[in-house]
Each structure stands twice: as C-alpha cells, then as structure tokens.
Ligand binder design. Structure first.
Ligand code: NAG
Ligand code: NAG
Ligand code: NAG
Ligand code: NAG
Ligand code: NAG
Ligand code: CA
Length: 531
C-alpha cells in the first residue's frame, strides 16, 4: 500500500474509533440510572477510558482499595439504594461498550463481614466483556460496628444487598443497551462464597452460573469456630502460647514428616489433607528427656484441638477442624494469639449487642446462642438447592486444601449434606453443582499449590474454559460443557512475568488428584481417581 493511502486509512480508523468513543461517552453521560431504580440516588456517572487508574477517594481505608486499573473502556454508575428506612447499599455498575459487551451480566461478592467492593473483580469481569455489578453489602469497611442495633444492615449483609444489586443491575443493563442481558453470572470467595450459596438458595433465579470460592457457609458456627481459637491458644504473652516460628518450623515440619508423602510426592503439599487429619499425632513433639525443640503437654493438647472438629454443647459436631498444612499461614490470624476480628465483631455488635464483650470469654455456650439467634438468617447452610437445579443453573465451588481461614473440610461436609438431604448421588449433583479441591492453596488464593485459575481479578491465566473458572462456568451454562477438572497454574514466585512453574489438574470431588508416576511437576503425572 502506498504510504499516503496507509496514512489515510489510519486517520480514518482513528476518526471512526474516536467517534465511537465519543458516542459511547455521550451515551454514558446521558444515562439516567437513578430514574430506573426506586428511590436510588445517583452518586457517580462517568465515562472511563481504557487503561485508567481509577481512584476511589471516598472508599473506606480499611478496604485497602484506593484505586484500580481499568483496562477497557466503560461507563461507570454508582448509586445509593435504600433497602429499608434505616439501611441501604452503595451500588456500582461497570458497563462495557456495546462492541465489547458479550451480553453477559456478572455480580461480584464481598469478603468476611466486610462492606468492601471488590473493584479488582469488577475490572476483571469488565475486561472480559461482562456488564459488572458490585456493592458494599450494606455497610462500608471491614468493621462490623455498623451492625450494632440495626438488624436491617445485618439482613443486607446476609443476602439482601446482593439480591438488590442483581435486580437493579439487570434493570439498568437492559435500559442502557436497549436489550436484556443473555446470561447472568456471579463470582465470589470466602464471604463472597457464602453470598453465592445464599443467592442460589434464596433467589435461585438471580444467576445462571455461580462460582462459590471457599464458602463461609454454616456462618453462625463458623464464626464460633473462629472465635474458639483465641481462648484455646491464649494471648501471645500466656505461658504456653505457641509462637508462629514453632507452628511454621517444628509443628509444620512434623506434619510434613508424617504426611507429605501420603500422596507419593515429597513437595510440601498435602494433596488430600483429610488423609493427614486422620493420622497426625502431635504427641511425637512432647518434650522428653532428649530436650531440644519440643512442646509442653498443654501445647500438644492445643495442637491436637486445632486440628480437631469443634463439638457443640451436646457433643454434636458443629464445625470441622483446621486442615493440616494450613498452620503455616493460620499464624496470621487464627493462631496469632489475638481475637479473630470478624468473629469478635459479630459477637460484639450482632449476637450480644455489647461493644465491651470480651472475646477471651467465648465459650461453646456462645455458639449455641449465635446459632439459635441466626441473625439476619446469615446461617447460609441450605439442605437443598433444588429450585436452582431445576431452572438449569450451574454452580462451581472451589476450596483450597491449606485454607488458613475457613477449613476446606467444611465444604466437603456441605457437599455431603446436599448429597444426602437432596438424595443425590455424586453424578446427580454433578449435573448442576461441582466442587473442586485445590491442593496446597490457601484462603481463596496463594500457597504452594497450582492456585491460579481465574478465580480473582488478579488472574494471570487466559480466559479459556480449561484453565479459567469464570470461562468454565460460562461454557457450562451456554454450551452445556460441564467442567471435568480445573487446570491450575503455579507461576514462578507467584509472578506471572516469571513464567509457569507447573500446572496441575484439580479434580472434582470426590475424585482425588493421584500421583501416577513421572516428574511430579508434569501435569500428566497425576490423574483424578476415586479414593
Ligand atoms: C491498554 O494497555 C495495554 C497494555 O499496555 C495495551 O495493550 C492496550 O492497547 C491499551 N489499550 C488502549 C485502548 O490504550
Ligand atoms: C460509604 O462509602 C460511600 C463511598 O464509597 C459513601 O458514598 C457513603 O456515604 C458511605 N456510607 C457511609 C455510611 O459512610
Ligand atoms: C421503619 O420501618 C419499620 C417497618 O419495617 C417500621 O416499623 C418503623 O416504624 C419505620 N421507622 C421509621 C422511622 O419510619
Ligand atoms: C498479657 O497482655 C495483656 C495485654 O494484651 C495484659 O492485659 C496482661 O496482663 C498480660 N498478661 C501477662 C501474664 O503478662
Ligand atoms: C518474589 O516475590 C516477592 C514478592 O512476593 C519479591 O519480594 C521477591 O523479590 C521475588 N523474588 C524474585 C526472585 O523475583
Ligand atoms: Ca506431598
């Protein structure tokens, strides 16, 4: 092509794209979202050019999200929407350009008891052509203080904020593009995983495809389980307190000595921590005559209890124990000699409505009280998802095998609960719900395992169904291709730019990732087998 023609063409392309951008910008700024959702108040309406570092000056500092890179062009809408006469939500919607919109709708969740919008997940969905919503779940920041004497804010946290957001978001999407979305999806982990289960249970038509990561279900008892650690370990200065170095050195080493090779590979990962929980014996660490690094009798008992299920006042199992292998990072919170902050706030501001309640006084009696109260119906422990199943919706659940905040054993328990109460075989559950265990992964991310599979906004993997959980649930919903396994990727030093360390196929429960020989970093050296 002669240079002059090439220049003309380039100029033309530039003008066309600039015009499209101007059109989209005008369309965005002319949008009247607050007239479409009842009683809402417009907070922000702005056009975001591609590759903008978007700042959130009003965002609560405890959310630790001062800005977010938005890589594709969008129209941003922020509203406040009342949910009762004493509560309301901050609602956010990112709308891609009509050219980039796939027709899909995506909801994003929160974490813990927080009211932090996961802007990284919103940016992630936007980047892949979803119209994406997020909300503050009824209050701002990570503290539970807002719950005090306001059960409506607790209800928002439990399920209402997510449902309100889905409803408003879909209405606005239809108005903005002049046609409704095609399919709706949800992605969340931890507290966001709990919201996922609430949504499927209470509002089964809200989402067609749901990703529930490390779900904080059986929430009342989970809060008690977390609260039980501080009275168990004692504060940092108590005489038998087990220091982080001891958990990470002595105790972790002994767990690896007893359990690492149960899966056939000495790699620091317990592929199925359930095998270890059944046999691990901390007694070997008891100080004897030899001396050296060791544990007192009381410390041995603490270690034993940390890895044991929590039983209720009547001796019934209320929550399973920590997974062996999770102790390394559990020293950050559960084993830190300080109260678990979310549980402390939940008991203070919700269960007891008493800001001076002392978390050191927690006893199993308090677990009974919280469970009976079930504030805001936050239990999140359904025994059926039949309406969700019957309308053809799909759910993928995942949970790390070294989760330092919510034991992965509870998700196995949830799976068995659904299987037995719905009277479903694994194959029948597989039709609409699949659970993937991620060996060596911590809480939602991180760890020695192959933990990157598109579950968070920081995804370093391609948007391919085989290796990306969001793409996988889309493929399941839209093309009927159910995910057999998830290919996880471990990057060198967890740094995408440093290249792939290894990949592993994560099996759907109850299949277990099983070493069959060869280089253990080779994906073909492992197979999914029934135990
Ligand atoms: C945004 O940045 C990426 C990476 O630097 C680049 O590939 C892309 O072309 C940019 N997009 C626009 C619209 O500038
Ligand atoms: C919550 O934060 C938003 C900004 O993200 C702000 O508009 C709103 O007023 C805050 N709400 C409260 C109760 O502080
Ligand atoms: C708020 O609504 C409740 C019903 O949900 C009602 O009982 C109460 O009187 C209302 N309070 C105010 C201040 O309007
Ligand atoms: C331990 O520290 C707490 C403050 O965190 C203090 O109140 C308590 O007296 C200390 N106990 C001992 C035995 O030093
Ligand atoms: C590995 O990552 C950490 C941050 O997570 C960084 O401090 C360190 O320098 C990295 N190491 C290498 C070799 O890049
Ligand atoms: Ca191993």
């Amino acid at each position: 092509m002669p240079p002059i023609l090439a220049l003309l063409l380039a100029t033309l392309q530039f003008l066309v794209s600039t015009n499209a951008q101007n059109d989209f910008k005008q369309k965005c700024l002319a949008f009247k979202p607050d007239t479409l959702t009842q009683s809402s108040i417009l907070q922000i309406l702005e056009h975001i050019p591609a590759n903008t570092s978007l700042a959130f000056p009003g965002n609560d500092e405890s959310c630790n999200r001062a800005s977010q890179l938005i890589s594709s062009e969008a129209c941003r809408v922020a509203l406040t929407i009342p949910t009762s006469n004493r509560s309301g939500i901050v609602f956010e919607l990112f709308l891609p350009t009509p050219e980039e919109w796939t027709g899909r709708f995506l909801g994003t969740g929160n974490g813990g008891i927080d009211g932090c919008i996961k802007y990284e997940d919103m940016a992630y969905g936007l980047r892949h052509g979803f119209a994406v919503t997020g909300s503050n779940n009824g209050h701002n920041g990570t503290s539970g203080f807002a719950f005090l004497h306001n059960p409506d804010i607790v209800t928002d946290f439990s399920y209402r904020s997510l449902h309100t957001t889905a409803t408003a978001g879909k209405t606005l999407v239809r108005a903005f593009y002049g046609k409704p979305h095609t399919k709706s999806y949800y992605i969340g982990c931890s507290g966001g995983g709990r919201q996922a289960i609430q949504s499927a249970s209470l509002y089964p038509t809200d989402y067609d495809g749901i990703i529930a990561g490390a779900p904080g279900v059986n929430f009342n008892y989970m809060s008690s389980w977390r609260a039980s650690f501080y009275p168990l370990t004692g504060p940092k200065n108590s005489s038998d307190f087990i220091k982080a170095e001891t958990w990470q050195g002595l105790i972790h080493d002994e767990i690896l000595r007893q359990c690492d090779e149960l899966d056939g590979v000495r790699d620091g990962v317990l592929t199925d921590p359930g095998l270890c929980a059944g046999i691990f014996d901390p007694e070997t660490l008891l100080c004897g005559e030899k001396g050296g690094q060791c544990l007192s009798e009381k410390q041995v008992e603490v270690v034993r209890q940390v890895f044991s299920p929590l039983h209720g006042e009547n001796g019934e199992l209320i929550y399973p124990g920590l997974q062996p292998g999770a102790e390394v990072r559990a020293t950050e919170r559960l084993l830190s000699g300080t109260p678990f902050p979310y549980s402390e706030d939940w008991f203070k501001y919700v269960v007891f409505s008493n800001p001076s309640w002392d978390p050191a006084t927690w006893t199993i009696r308090d677990a009974t009280v919280a469970e009976a109260m079930n504030p805001g119906n936050a239990r999140s422990w359904p025994d059926t998802l039949a309406p969700f199943r019957d309308r053809g919706a799909k759910m993928m659940i995942y949970h790390g095998g070294a989760d330092q905040q919510i034991t992965g054993f509870n998700t196995e328990r949830f799976y068995h609960r659904l299987s037995s109460s719905m009277d479903h075989t694994n194959e029948q559950l597989d039709d609409f719900l699949r659970f993937f265990r991620i060996p060596g992964m911590g809480h939602c991310s991180g760890g020695l395992g192959a933990w990157q599979f598109g579950q968070t906004g920081a995804a370093g993997v391609e948007f391919e169904p085989g290796m990306n959980v969001l793409a996988a649930v889309v493929d399941w919903v839209e093309n009927g291709k159910a995910p057999e396994m998830i290919l996880g990727t471990k990057f060198v030093n967890d740094t995408v730019d440093m290249g792939v360390d290894y990949q592993r196929s994560h099996c759907r429960y109850p299949f277990r990732s099983t070493y069959i020989g060869g280089d253990s970093k080779d994906v073909d050296s492992w197979a999914c087998k029934l135990p």
